[in-house]
Design a protein. Structure first.
Length: 627
């Protein structure tokens, strides 16, 4: 399969799945969505039913006397979101906001478009419905920085551990019966399983031989090394926040959900109290009110956008767009992300065609590494996600062209190398980057997308460190296993790097600039410590919190999904405690001047629950085995 065929296959699959989505085959799993109307009042309004918003809505509605409304711009996840083998098909669809980076003229210059796609979930469960399943919590040192930024030790790893355990249901007897079993939960909402295929074992042994630690569990907060990973996959499907937290709410009458509805502005009264939101659906705009709080869980890009549209953000930026300033805060600034370099090792021949994988499993055998160059160092320098492809050029084509969007020339070189051979493809991240990006408004119109400046490698230390850490990683080629099979690092023919001596610091710096992408671990645009206090309340505004990845003071040395779940679990606890002594039905808030009342939309008919789909042979003629 070449790049053109790969992209055509993805395009055809998208079209087929779009037709299939019209049948609403998963509608039976979700709370019924009903349009909200002008002037309705709830105890809490949660903006976004994504990774964090689903958690918050679930926990708050555990009190049957509390009325909660979640407003989601997207809708139900269709069946293809549930099967691990179909994750390459999820971005650049209706489940994705389809944001792209502003071209900085420096990074991503050897990508197909010269800019980066920035996947972000526009669907129940948010980015947990799109992401790539790895469950890695991060290091205690990351959360030490959270506690320092918040001025509150309750954000330390030790004090967050009960929330990690509360959110997870680990289904791995070996880990649960081991010394690290005490770090895991067995009754949580998200099922966690582990990679148990044997293919990674020879690689783990190779990394051990050249000086790396090999462990079973990287989620204790203080462990470095290489391991077979844990996944948010269980019961044969993706364990998104939607599956774990939102689906159970279909039986709670105190939970209300408005899908395909956008929030344009937070309503703030003269005393700087957030009293509700202005929302839009079906071409109509209306105000909805909150007795207790508005909780913004719209994600790293859309949470700062909404705050700034509401007058909360950098004063000069807001005034330049004619937005009245409510609170002058560094909203949208200090964005962090794990920029990745795509590394490839070519190993021995693998002429046999791989057996088709169960689409309910992670599609490729894999292992992870969280390690440091200095093996005596207690915190990690880099994180790697490693994929083992045996004579599988189709998977490599999808990975290169559809997931990472690299230049066709690079992808064709990779496909050629992977034909008849075993390939180790590595997603290589600097664990704690120093570069910062920014999210700003394009205009004062809520319909306009935000401008996203990634800031990748704006701090030159990140590029230097990335090159140094790659040098440490590729020492694995000196292991017995790599030598026996003729394993070698692939040096792609990159026009911008021609003339540089291979495997030198300058070469790797050039390589990283050309072969980089995002792992969509965006965070920190509404940081605790500068925009929010330790309770995630917006500074200078009452009854308003931000609960999602944007609230993280800094990223973690891992995929961020586990950290976002824990942040949301803790936030829900803080909200419940803050209102424990309050009466259930406080007085209705004073409303600002209301716009002309819109025509009430027609309430949709509740869908008839279909039977769950059990097999995945073909979808409208598209053979899923090639994906």
């Amino acid at each position: 399969m070449d790049v053109a065929t790969s992209l055509a296959t993805v395009k055809a699959a998208h079209a087929a799945l779009l037709v299939l989505a019209a049948f609403s085959l998963t509608a039976y799993k979700w709370p019924t969505s009903a349009p909200v109307t002008e002037g309705e009042v709830y105890d809490y309004i949660v903006v976004g039913a994504g990774t964090a918003g689903s958690v918050v809505a679930n926990r708050l509605t555990e009190n049957p006397d509390v009325q909660v409304l979640a407003i989601e711009a997207g809708g139900e996840p269709a069946f293809e979101t549930e099967y691990a083998g179909l994750f390459p098909l999820l971005t650049k669809t209706n489940y994705d906001w389809n944001y792209v980076s502003e071209d900085d003229g420096y990074t991503a210059q050897y990508h197909r478009n010269g800019y980066l796609d920035l996947p972000s979930g526009k669907v129940y469960g948010g980015s947990s419905t799109l992401h790539h399943f790895y469950y890695v919590r991060g290091h205690a040192n990351d959360y030490k920085a959270w506690a320092h930024a918040a001025g509150d030790q309750s954000w330390s790893f030790k004090n967050l551990l009960p929330y990690f355990k509360k959110s997870e249901r680990l289904e791995d007897e070996e880990i649960l019966n081991s010394a690290t079993g005490k770090y895991h939960g067995t009754n949580g909402s998200i099922i966690i399983t582990r990679e148990l295929r044997d293919s990674p074992l020879k690689y783990l042994e190779a990394f051990k031989e050249v000086g790396h630690n090999v462990v079973d569990d990287l989620n204790t907060g203080d462990t470095l090394g290489f391991a077979r990973p844990m996944f948010t996959i269980g019961d044969g499907i993706r364990q998104s926040s939607a599956i774990g937290y939102l689906s159970p709410l279909k039986n709670r009458p105190n939970f209300h959900l408005a899908k395909e509805t956008t929030v344009d502005k937070i309503l703030i009264d003269e005393n700087k109290n957030a009293i509700g939101v202005q929302a839009s659906a079906n071409g109509q705009t209306f105000n909805i009110y909150a007795r207790r709080e508005v909780i913004v869980s719209a994600g790293t890009f859309n949470s700062p956008k909404l705050l700034m549209l509401s007058g909360i953000g950098p004063k000069s930026h807001l005034e330049s767009l004619g937005i009245e300033v409510v609170a002058d805060l560094p909203v949208g600034q200090n964005m962090e992300d794990h920029v990745t370099a795509f590394l490839v090792h070519k190993l021995g021949e693998a002429s046999e065609t791989p057996a088709p994988e169960n689409p309910s499993l992670f599609p490729i055998p894999t292992f992870v590494g969280v390690d440091a160059v200095d093996k005596t160092q207690s915190h990690p320098d880099y994180v790697t996600l490693n994929l083992i492809c045996r004579n599988n050029p189709s998977n490599l084509a999808l990975l290169c062209s559809s997931v990472f969007g690299l230049h066709d020339d690079v992808c064709n070189q990779l496909i050629t190398a992977g034909t008849g051979n075993e390939i180790l493809a590595t997603v290589f991240n600097v664990a704690r980057p120093k570069s910062r990006g920014e999210v700003v408004l394009r205009s004062a119109d809520p319909k306009d997308t935000p401008k996203i400046y990634t800031g990748y490698f704006s701090n030159s230390e990140d590029l230097e460190n990335n090159a140094a850490y790659i040098e440490d990683f590729i020492k694995v080629t000196n292991s017995s296993f790599f030598r026996e099979v003729g394993g070698e690092t692939m040096y792609f023919d990159l026009p911008n790097c021609r003339g540089l001596e291979l495997n030198t610091r300058e070469y790797w710096k050039c390589y990283v600039l050309n072969m980089m992408d995002t792992t969509f671990h965006y965070s920190s645009t509404c940081r605790m410590g500068s925009v929010l206090d330790a309770k995630l309340k917006v500074l200078g505004v009452n009854k308003l919190r931000v609960v999602d990845a944007s609230a993280m003071p800094n990223t973690v040395s891992a995929n961020i999904n586990a950290a976002v779940l824990v942040l949301a679990e803790k936030a829900a606890d803080m909200i419940k405690k803050a209102h424990k002594a309050q009466p259930t039905k406080p007085p209705k808030p004073t409303k600002p001047t209301k716009p002309t009342k819109p025509t009430e939309p027609t309430k949709p008919t509740k869908p008839t629950p279909p039977k769950p789909l059990l097999t995945l042979p073909k979808i409208l003629g598209i053979d899923l085995a090639i994906l």
